[in-house]
Design a binder for this molecule. Structure first.
Ligand SMILES: [Zn+2]
Length: 227
């Protein structure tokens, strides 16, 4: 019975460890997703800036072309009114070039800052660390999974070797007290669960290696030599 209890407790402990590790793995995976998202945002922002810069350059070229064309026509017109209108048109194009050049500079600065910053490197490094931690945890989970399989197998073996009446008694006590219900006597010769000191007759039986029921709570007690 003590063997069965030991294996059952081991199984419980192992299952608890696996669940704990699985939770950790889930948290790490969530953290990883977060980092991936941040990195994607960074990349998108950079792409948006590049596209914006390209658009600015094209528009500036268009306006410069506009200036050239207005100038050409200015050289040809005769009427004063037309001349004035062309001057206004040219001024609009010049204005466009000045304004867009300014905002192009700002965009270029922003992109440069983004490319210089080590934010992305930092994210990648963090991701690598998380990945390593995750693979450690996955390894531990699979190792514990193997151990759990072995424990369950040895429990089956133990059960198949144990008499039915003894198994029924084991199940009855387990249901009544929960695990563990077979306990080593404490250093004062008392039941570690309820604290009752064993009468000397029972105590000497336990010392000789017998398993006895605690007269107070009914749990099974055995003697374990002090280390
Ligand atoms: Zn007791």
């Amino acid at each position: 019975m003590l063997e069965i209890q030991k294996v059952e407790l081991d199984i419980k402990e192992t299952e608890k460890s696996i669940i704990r590790l699985q939770k950790q793995a889930e948290e790490l995976t969530a953290g990883m997703e977060e980092l991936k998202k941040k990195r994607e945002e960074l990349i998108k922002r950079r792409e948006r800036l590049r596209a914006e810069i390209k658009k600015h350059r094209e528009k500036i070229e268009e306006c410069e072309e506009g200036i050239r064309k207005s100038q050409e026509r200015l050289n040809l017109v005769k009427k004063a009114e037309e001349y004035k209108a062309l001057l206004r048109e040219k001024a609009r194009y010049e204005d466009c070039v000045i304004k867009l050049s300014e905002s192009l500079e700002n965009l270029k600065k922003e992109l440069e800052g983004l490319e210089k910053s080590d934010e992305e490197k930092r994210l990648l490094k963090k991701m690598e660390e998380l990945e390593e931690e995750l693979s450690d945890i996955r390894y531990s989970i699979s190792r514990l999974g193997g151990r759990l399989g072995e424990l369950k197998k040895s429990l089956e073996d133990l059960i198949s070797k144990t008499e039915d009446s003894l198994l029924a008694e084991y199940e009855r006590l387990k249901k009544k007290y929960g695990l563990p219900f077979i306990l080593p006597l404490d250093a004062y010769g008392a039941c570690p669960s309820c604290g009752t000191k064993l009468p000397s007759a029972l105590y000497s039986k336990v010392i000789k290696g017998e398993v006895v029921s605690c007269p107070s709570c009914g749990r099974l007690l055995y003697y374990e030599a002090q280390a």
